[in-house]
Write a protein that binds this ligand. Structure first.
Ligand code: BDR
Ligand code: CA
Length: 332
C-alpha cells in the first residue's frame, strides 16, 4: 500500500489524478496539499475540498500551501485552460449548495510544507510525494527540513519535457515554468525522484468515449469527471495539443504521475543529472544529461546524477488502469 501526499493545483487533470488516487486499492491517500498554478491557491484549496466532497471522502487532509513561487514573480494563472474556477466552471455557484454539503473536507491546521514535513517524520521512508503542480511547497518543505529526501520514499513530479516541445513556451512545461527555481532545487538533491513530463503525458490522451464511459459507469465521480472535462476538452481541441485529433480528447497529465506510482513498468526512463533553466528565454526548460557525461562546467558539476525522467509510456495500459479503478470504486 502506497502512502501518498498529493501536492496539487486543481485543475481538471488534477481532479482526474485525485479521483484515480482515491480509487486505486494500492494507494492510501493521506492528504492533498495545495499550491497556486492553474488557479490561485485559494481556489485550488477550495477545489481540493470540493472534489473530496464530490467523491464522498472525508478522511483525506487538505493543507493549504504557497500562493507564489519561491523566487520569481507570480505568472498569470491558466483559467483559459481550466475555467475561471479551475474545474471547468463546475464549482457550485450558490452558497446554499455549498452549505448544504455536510461532508465539507476541513482545512488542516498546518500549511502544506509543514504538513509534508510532519507526515514524513511520522512515517519515515514510507511516503510517496506526488507533486502535480508548481513545486513550491516541496521546495519550501525541503528548505525547512533538509533531510526530507531521506524521510520520504520517493518524489514523483508531473512537470517538464525532455524531447517533447513545451506547452507554455516551445521549451517549457507549465508546472516547471511557474516555479523553475523550486524545480531546480529539488533536482539538485539526491533522492528517488521521477519526472513524469510531457514526453509521456502528451501520449496519455483521454477521449470523449472514455469520459462518457466514466459518466455512465462510475457514479458521481464519473459524472463529475465528465462535466469538469468539458472546458478542458474544448481548450485542447480548439487550441491545444489535440486540435488535429479525430475525436475530442485531452491529456491526463497529472493522472499519468499517479500511474507511474502504481504501474511503473508501463514507463521507460532515462537517467542523469538534470537542471531547470531559471530565467531568460528558456525559463522553465528541463535539461537532462542523458549521456552521463558528468559535465565539469559551472552549473553542472556536483549535481545529483541519478535524476529520472519518463521518456515513453504504454498509454493503453495507463488508461485502462485509470478507467478500471475509477469504475470499480464508483459511488452511486
Ligand atoms: C500541468 O500544468 C497544469 O496545467 C496541469 O494541471 C498539469 O499539472 C501540465 O503542464
Ligand atoms: Ca496540475
Amino acid at each position: 500500500m502506497h502512502k501518498v501526499i498529493l501536492d496539487t493545483d486543481p485543475g481538471i487533470d488534477d481532479a482526474m489524478a485525485i479521483a484515480y488516487a482515491i480509487a486505486h486499492p494500492d494507494i492510501k491517500l493521506l492528504g492533498l496539499t495545495t499550491v497556486f498554478g492553474n488557479v490561485s491557491v485559494e481556489k485550488a484549496t477550495r477545489n481540493a475540498q470540493y472534489i473530496l466532497d464530490v467523491m464522498g471522502v472525508s478522511d483525506v487532509a487538505v493543507a493549504k500551501g504557497a500562493g507564489v513561487p519561491v523566487v520569481q514573480s507570480p505568472l498569470p494563472h491558466s483559467e483559459f485552460v481550466h475555467g475561471d474556477d479551475g474545474i471547468g466552471n463546475c464549482y457550485p455557484q450558490s452558497d446554499v449548495a455549498l452549505n448544504a454539503n455536510a461532508q465539507h473536507a476541513q482545512l488542516h491546521a498546518l500549511n502544506a510544507a509543514d504538513y509534508i514535513i510532519e507526515q514524513a517524520r511520522a512515517h519515515p521512508g514510507e511516503i510517496s510525494l506526488l507533486a502535480v503542480g508548481p513545486l513550491t511547497n516541496i521546495a519550501l518543505a525541503l528548505e525547512k527540513e533538509p533531510d526530507l529526501p531521506n524521510l520520504v520514499k520517493q518524489l514523483i513530479v508531473m512537470g517538464g519535457a525532455v524531447d517533447e516541445p513545451g506547452n507554455v513556451t516551445p521549451l517549457a512545461e507549465a508546472n516547471f515554468f511557474n516555479d523553475p527555481h523550486a524545480a531546480d532545487r529539488l533536482l539538485a538533491r539526491d533522492w528517488p525522484m521521477m519526472v513524469v513530463g510531457l514526453d509521456v503525458t502528451h501520449k496519455v490522451m483521454i477521449t470523449d468515449t472514455h469520459l462518457a464511459k466514466l459518466r455512465d459507469e462510475a457514479g458521481v465521480t464519473g459524472d463529475f469527471l465528465w462535466r469538469t472535462s468539458r472546458f478542458y476538452i474544448d481548450f485542447y481541441t480548439s487550441k491545444g495539443a489535440a486540435k488535429d485529433a479525430v475525436e475530442p480528447q485531452c491529456a491526463m497529465h497529472d493522472a499519468a504521475a499517479v500511474a507511474y506510482l502504481v504501474e511503473p513498468d508501463a514507463f521507460s526512463v532515462a537517467r542523469g543529472a538534470a537542471r531547470v533553466i531559471e530565467d531568460g528565454v528558456a525559463a522553465g526548460q528541463l535539461a537532462l544529461d542523458r549521456k552521463g557525461y558528468q559535465y565539469t562546467t559551472e552549473h553542472w558539476s556536483e549535481r545529483a546524477s541519478n535524476n529520472g525522467a519518463c521518456m515513453s509510456v504504454d498509454a493503453e495500459r495507463v488508461l485502462d488502469s485509470f478507467l478500471t479503478n475509477i469504475i470499480a470504486h464508483r459511488l452511486v
